[in-house]
Design a protein around this ligand. Structure first.
Ligand code: PEP
Ligand code: MG
Length: 753
């Protein structure tokens, strides 16, 4: 049976379209199960019916015509319950409905399984037998597996209008679903960012002239470096070139030791350059593939992209000199940030990627550029997207293919409203982030991954509220030396002086080990993370702190923040180490000064100990990403439990209330630097809580400022108190949506104004 299943799946996957796939499936299933009839019904919600879409055994003329009303008959029962139904004598079942148009004799044996995608029933796969027959468990699971295979193909066919002749649904209801990567809506034409060279297809091949091979490899690497610099330059109109860490990281990887030397070593063993390149790229990418942290896993695609680029030059192909339409929506299996940079900025209106998430570099870049992006569209038929008209909705993670005129008109209106909304938000530039009753809520930026200052000018943000220092550690093959770190931190401190820059000490470990510092644990999120590693390896911590202090000489805008604090001794020991680094540097003749020190509140124990922690430091900052994960016991990177992860959960709000109250005892300022700080829906609640500052990505800043400037603190407090009494996150979310709509700010969390 398993073999038959594999064969059917393979043949069905090779079918050119859904119609082909369906007719193959009914024929093959009928043969495999030796039944009299096999049919597929597709659910048409608008027509309120299950429409016969393919059959082997019933009259062919009935296809597309027979429509079983929803909620009736055995097929209706399968769809209703979303469960298989196995009945040996169908006519005696209370829900049996005799359909004559199909040429049905009174079939007795009935087995129906639902075709489900994302909890939604798309149709029913049915087999029938003239005689009484109870189908075997094996046969049920066989159909079940096939139904799951069909689901993806049906979703695509619905979205592209392929099913129009069969079902009556308006195309408005049809779209492919992915994840919101960057908010906004746009209409444009698909341009497929195809893989220019397929590294995995490169075979092994021996060469004699290794010298020549090494030379051409090095030349290809040099050419890619030049390309990257050119692209970085091009992006610099969008994103300030200084500290553009993504491109720096890729260039660094090329210039760094391992990738190049390992490839050269393989060539010297007799392998030709493309083969050697394939091996070393795969080895590097695999290190990231195995990581649980989504952000780090995404780095594997950056490395493979780099490999393809080198290969392209080795094969002396030139990069696609793009013909990009006026409104380009870049579509790909795995769109890379570099491919995105290749599209002229004035032509790029959107990005759609079959893989990736909102932490992919390409999504981060899209946000920084203000271009909508939809990520992780699993059923994306990339090869059929070139030149198709597309609409993307980056709020809800939707992609409409060849939209019907009514959908297009609706999205044109939304896009226009969006432009007005953006213009209105832009008009807030230079205005202070303060409530209508004059209380200031300074807004800071999160940075460190790439330069995420976007279009913002110096007056728009108060400083850097969270600088994640992990990146330079991740892209190397060993811990970066003190001097290298000094350069990095100095760039950031100088760029924003005199505004404060909060550098967070290394937050690796557990789920995000460095490639050269492997950690293997059963429960990585509860394991060796953040300051726990710093305490076990004071030499790593001391080197980093020394670099931070040295970088700040004469600038005086450095603040140091400690991640993953769970108790007071950690703070005592780490502040002692910071003092020690400070004293030693003074002795060595550096004119360093003691920075402000803060702790992140991201572990539940720190919420309960906030007074004791606040007494020991200068400020506290709530990392709501981790705090939500630990309070709700929901892995922040696990899509299976993503529905449970919600930072508007009343438990999170109540924890925040406790943090603010505790920190107030010692008059310590409280900031919020998790994603919650950049969510306009949470802004009013955070104002009501009385937090002192919010730190977020550049793309959110104007929206959050708009909310701050629309509410008074007394109104925010009223809303907060109501929210604190609610029992679940959904209730809070609906309540806050209402509050923003009332102020005319609905456009901040959904398409349109
Ligand atoms: C957080 O946990 O909210 C946070 C800001 O840190 P990170 O997302 O880097 O873990
Ligand atoms: Mg964190």
């Amino acid at each position: 049976m398993l073999e038959t299943l594999h064969r059917i799946v393979k043949e069905v996957n090779a079918a050119p379209d859904l119609e082909g796939a369906l007719s193959l499936i009914v024929t093959l299933v009928k043969q495999a199960i030796r039944c009299d009839v096999c049919s597929v019904y597709l659910t048409d919600q608008d027509a309120r019916a299950h429409v016969l879409a393919a059959t082997d055994g019933l009259r062919q003329e009935a296809v597309g015509k027979v429509a079983l009303p929803l909620g009736r008959g055995l097929v209706g029962l399968v769809a209703e319950r979303a469960e298989p139904l196995n009945v040996s004598d169908a006519p005696s079942h209370r829900r049996y409905l005799r359909v004559t148009e199909t040429g049905e004799v009174a079939y007795r044996g009935f087995l129906g399984v639902p075709i489900i995608q994302n909890r939604k029933v798309l149709g029913v796969l049915v087999v029938r037998q003239e005689a009484q027959r109870e189908f075997l468990d094996d046969e049920v699971t066989f159909l079940f597996t096939l139904a799951a295979q069909l689901a993806g193909a049906i979703v695509y066919a619905q979205a592209s209008g392929e099913l129009d002749s069969l079902t009556t649904a308006q195309r408005s209801a049809r779209y492919l679903e992915g994840r919101a990567g960057s908010s906004g809506v746009s209409i444009g034409n698909g341009v497929v960012a195809f893989r220019m060279a397929d590294l995995s297809a490169i075979p092994d091949r021996a060469v004699a002239d290794t010298q020549h091979e090494v030379e051409s490899f090095r030349a290809a690497v040099g050419a890619v470096e030049d390309d990257l610099r050119r692209l970085k330059e091009r992006l610099s109109g969008q994103i300030p070139a200084e500290d553009n860490a993504l491109f720096d990281a890729l260039i660094l990887m090329l210039g760094g030791d391992t990738l190049v030397t390992e490839t050269v070593a393989l060539i010297e063993e007799g392998q030709w350059a493309p083969g050697a390149l394939r091996e070393s790229i795969e080895k590097h990418a695999k290190v990231f593939d195995g990581m649980e942290d989504v952000y780090l896993r995404e780095r594997a695609s950056d490395i493979r992209d780099l490999g393809r680029r080198i290969l392209m030059h080795l094969q002396s192909d030139s990069p696609r000199v793009g013909v990009y339409p006026q409104h380009t929506i870049l579509v790909g299996e795995e769109v890379s940030a570099v491919q995105l940079a290749e599209v002229p900025a004035d032509r790029l209106v959107g990005v759609v990627s079959a893989t990736g998430s909102s932490s992919s570099h390409v999504a981060i870049l899209a946000r920084a550029m203000g271009v909508p992006a939809v990520m992780g569209v699993t059923n994306l038929p990339v090869s059929r997207m070139e030149d198709r008209e597309l609409i993307i909705d980056g709020y809800r993670g939707r992609v409409y293919i060849a939209p019907a005129p009514s959908v297009r008109a609706e999205y044109e209106r939304l896009a226009e409203e969006e432009r007005e909304l953006t213009a209105e938000a832009e008009s807030l530039r230079g205005l202070p982030a303060e409530s209508t009753d004059g209380i200031a809520f300074p807004l800071y930026l999160n940075t460190g991954l790439i330069n995420e200052t976007g279009h913002l000018g110096n007056d728009d943000f108060a400083g850097i509220g969270l600088y994640r220092t992990e990146l330079p550690f991740m892209v190397r093959d060993r811990f970066p030396a003190e001097s290298v770190q000094v350069m990095n931190y100095r760039r950031a401190l100088e760029a924003f002086t005199p505004r404060p820059v909060i550098l967070r000490t290394l937050d690796i470990g557990g789920d995000k080990p460095l490639p050269y510092f492997p950690i293997d644990e059963q429960n990585p999120f509860l394991g060796w993370r953040g300051v726990r590693i710093s305490l076990a390896h004071p030499e790593i911590f001391l080197t980093q702190v020394r670099a931070m202090l040295r970088a700040a000489v004469d600038l005086d805008n450095l603040q140091i923040m400690l991640p993953m604090i769970s108790g007071v001794t950690e703070v005592d020991e780490l502040t002692m180490l910071i003092k020690r680094a400070h004293d030693e540097l003074l002795e060595e003749g550096y004119a360093v000064s003691m920075p402000k020190i803060g702790v992140m509140i991201e572990v539940p124990s720190a919420v309960y100990l906030v007074e004791e922690l606040a007494r020991r430091v200068d400020f506290v900052s709530v990392g709501t990403n981790d705090l939500t994960q630990y309070l709700l016991a929901v892995d922040r990177n696990n899509s299976r439990v993503a529905d449970l992860y919600d930072d508007l959960h009343p438990a999170v709000l109540r924890a925040l209330e406790q943090v603010v109250r505790g920190a107030r005892v010692f008059n310590r300022p409280v900031g919020v630097c998790g994603e919650m700080a950049g969510n306009p829906m949470a802004t009013v609640l955070l104002m009501g809580l009385g937090v002192d500052s919010l730190s977020m990505s550049a793309g959110s800043l104007m929206k959050v400022k708009w909310v701050v400037r629309s509410f008074s603190v007394s109104r925010a407090r009223q809303l907060l108190h109501a929210a604190l009494r609610m029992e679940d996150a959904q209730q809070v979310r609906r309540f806050m949506e209402g509050a923003l709509e009332d102020m005319g700010l609905g456009g901040l969390f959904r398409p349109g104004r």
